[in-house]
Structures are given as C-alpha cells and as structure tokens.
Design a protein around this ligand. Structure first.
Ligand code: ZN
Length: 286
C-alpha cells in the first residue's frame, strides 16, 4: 500500500494513494487513526482495515491535495554517513567498518514540493538523495535477522547538507550542518514493505534541474537496512514513525570539479523505483 499524509481542514490526515487520488483513511473509516505513525504502529491488522477503507473512500484528486512529510511527527530522524563505497571514496574517507550514525533535528523536515531554504549563514548547501526506512514497530536490541519485521516501509529523502558547517566548523558539526530548517525533505509517499523484494535492489537517482547527478542502486549500500536497524537499536528504542536516512551514493555537489552547490531557483528530485519522486524547489532565506 502507498500511504501519504495530506493537509485537510481537520489537520494532517493519513491518506491512501489510489489511481484517482488520495483517500483520507480516517474519514473513510473512523476506526482508523488519523495519523500515519499510529496506523503503522497498528501493524498488519490495522493495515488490512486501511486497505478496505482505501477501496471504499472518496479520493481527493492528486492536483488538489497538499502533501505533508509522510511522517510529520517522527520521534527521531536518524542518518547514516558514508554508506555507499563510491560516496566514501569521493569524500576521501575510508569505507567504514561499522555504521556512522548521526541525526537531524525534527524541525528540518520538509514536505514534497516545499522549498528548501538556503540559510544566509551557509554558502555551500549540497544535496544527498537517499532511501529512507520508516520504522513500524518498537524495538531495542533487534537481531539483524528479525530487523525486517520492524520496518513498516520506505520513502525517498534528501539529506541536505551545509558543507561549510558540516566539515569546517570546530569538531565537524554534522548535526548542525545537516539540521537547518527544511534540510530533511521526505516523501512523497511511504510504500509498505510487502511491496518490495528483499534484499532491496532499488534504482535510485537524484536530478538537479533535470540533470542526473547521482545514479546508483540500494544494493550498493555498505550496510543493509536490516543491519542499520539492528545496529541503531543497540543504543535507543526504535519507535513507529522513526526515520532512518540510509546514506547517499556518489555524485554529491561538493565532490564535483568545480563543486556544485544549490542556488535559488533550482529544483531537486530524488527518484527511487517503486516509491516515486520527491521534488523540492530551492529558495534563498528572506
Ligand atoms: Zn546523507
């Protein structure tokens, strides 16, 4: 099932995606929770009810729906550094022996079509197209061979990064460099795990103003989604709705000669086969 969060007059609502548009699932069946995080937490049983509500409900045409980040209220945004060997090489860092984990503030979330705002204190804002894991079940010390059961589905993400803050501030401020407001575009939809074959083998690409800048496949990840879920769960309890940005392949702007950084008027698109296209314009901070 393909699930989104749309803005309605009653507030953000979980919606199912149908050919004729988006169906507000809570409006279709009042037994369903109004938000995607709670729906995912309900597991298979609640998703089956949602499928029925999706069949029966009334759709809002796609061009009339305003999409929000699919999970507008996650508890955590977890990110993985250098998780594709070709990106590690272009960044001049060794392929890591263990996952490199950092996070983004929740205020960085950015909806599909919402502008990425270039902060006035950075001159080097870069893109990173990434597969995002959406957690569906609470867990701690999750064994790798059971990790898949904790994944609700997948979406697209852009790990927008101010390289001057990330790499040249004292102590390498990854958290700050990657947490400016709007630096976590996410969406457009969460596609549930049952729609994918595992291990994941999904073509992923990022386009800047229509030009392909990153092109790879999620089977090139150094650490699999299952490994990442298991690894992080040694430290913290993963919760339904938590997001894991799983790292970016080669082709980022800072590694190009000359470097390419985002500028006002740009459009960035992250496309992952089986999920869709996450599109965001770029604007300057007023
Ligand atoms: Zn990244």
């Amino acid at each position: 099932m393909r699930l989104a969060t749309i803005q309605t007059q009653e507030g953000p609502r979980v919606a199912g995606v149908r050919e004729d548009g988006y169906v507000d699932l809570h409006a279709s069946d009042r037994h369903l929770p109004p938000d995607l995080k709670s729906l995912l937490a309900g597991g298979k049983e609640l998703l089956a009810v949602a499928e029925e509500a999706l069949r029966r409900g009334r759709a809002v045409p796609a061009d009339e729906a305003r999409l929000l980040p699919p999970i507008p209220n996650p508890e955590k945004i977890i990110c993985v550094g250098a998780n594709y060997a070709d990106h590690a090489a272009e960044s001049g860092v060794p392929v890591p022996a263990e996952p490199i984990i950092f996070c983004k503030f929740l205020t960085a979330l950015c909806a599909p079509e919402q502008p990425i705002v270039l902060p006035r204190v950075s001159q080097e804002v870069d893109y990173e197209g990434e597969l995002v894991v959406v957690i569906g079940r609470s867990g701690r010390y999750i064994p790798e061979d059971q990790a898949r059961e904790y994944i609700a589905g997948y979406t697209c993400g852009n790990d927008v990064s101010a390289r001057d803050w990330q790499l040249r501030k004292p102590g390498n401020q990854w958290l700050l460099g990657k947490s400016f407001d709007t630096f976590a575009p996410c969406g457009p939809v969460v596609v549930t795990r049952d729609e994918f074959a595992h291990p994941l083998r999904l073509p992923i690409q990022l386009r800047l103003n229509g030009k392909v800048m990153q092109k790879s496949n999620t089977d090139q990840m150094v650490f699999s989604v299952e490994k990442l879920v298991s690894y992080v769960s040694q430290v913290c309890t993963l919760k339904p709705g938590d997001l894991i940005y799983t790292g970016t392949p080669a082709g980022v702007g800072m590694a190009r000669k000359p470097p390419v950084f985002l500028k006002p008027g740009d459009w960035v698109e992250v496309e992952i086969e089986g999920i869709g296209v996450l599109r965001n314009p770029v604007i300057a901070e007023r």
